[in-house]
Design a protein around this ligand. Sequence first.
Ligand code: A3P
Length: 347
Amino acid sequence: MVAGEDGCADGFSKYEALASSLPTSRQGLGSLPYRKHDGFWYPEHLMAPALAMRDAFAARPTDVILATMPKSGTTWLKALVYSVVHRGRHAPADERHPLLASSPHELVPFLHSLYESRSPSAPPGQLLEEMPSPRVLAVHSPFTALPASVRESGCRVVYLCRDPKDAFVSLRHYLDEIKPEGSAMTPSAEAFDLFCDGVSPFGPVWDHMAEYWKESVARPGEVIFLRYEHLKEDAVGSVMRLAKFLGCPFTGEEVARGVPEAAVALCSMDRMRSVEANRSGVHGTASWSFKNSAFFRKGEVGDWKSHMTPEVAQRLDGIVEEKLRGSGLSLAIHRGSASRRFGSGLS
Ligand code: A3P
């Protein structure tokens, strides 16, 4: 491999140059602005890595790609999928399980973070090449910004979406928690206006969801569309459906031994929060690092009620509903209906 072929070293500067030429939002939802590419807004520092990833990443048919908008439950999904896919090597009930020693973000890296790493000794292409199959990797990029090989390889894509109101509240808390010292947050009302205008990390949120939704309807064997609210409502049932989708269904014997329940317990908020790596560790790259503890807050459905008036909530609901009209996707939640709705994908 020559320098630049895998989107790193010399080749990376062309993505940096392209990124810096793109329109900027000037303001973001936290303390940093975004860049716009092909209709979507990217956190400025992730624009070049996302472009490099799109051009250089070569998916394998056995890959599992986890796709989310930030704050939709990515960390939880990473843990659940890792525990399901690797349960042959690491029993979920094992006290020495890797998820009890490392952050889900270390075990399931974000592809854009790998392409952000500019260390010549560890180019992303090489790191990815060395990862054993099945590789579990994560992205925030919209579907249309994924490398063509993701579609062509037929690898599995798991999309997790969350009520935008809860995701917005979660994002504001998170951005406040990780903001660089001395920087100021965009005031709440302005941040909400931006969100409603579609300006958010990897937003507009409705276009992000609609793209993956469309793909899940067109290719249900390769793309599954999940909802955070359904995971909360029926985590065990969701994990069993996930395993089936990923081609590694739980056997009757595993079900009798309570392995799906053990996977859910291992990945529960309380268990994950108690892990030392998640309490005091950090992950990231040379330029950006994130406190692992910032990824575990309340994990509730409907926390927006403590932060938004019904009128404010209705404004966002109305915009999302309007934007999704005609897509076949509705974000209305019907309690107790998770299992029925999962299979058909229609709501
Ligand atoms: P809240 O801020 O609403 O609590 P992401 O992983 O995409 O950054 O999303 C973070 C959100 O998922 C946070 O939501 C966080 O608390 C919640 N979360 C993290 N781990 C979880 C778990 N094991 N179970 C349920 N929710 C979890």
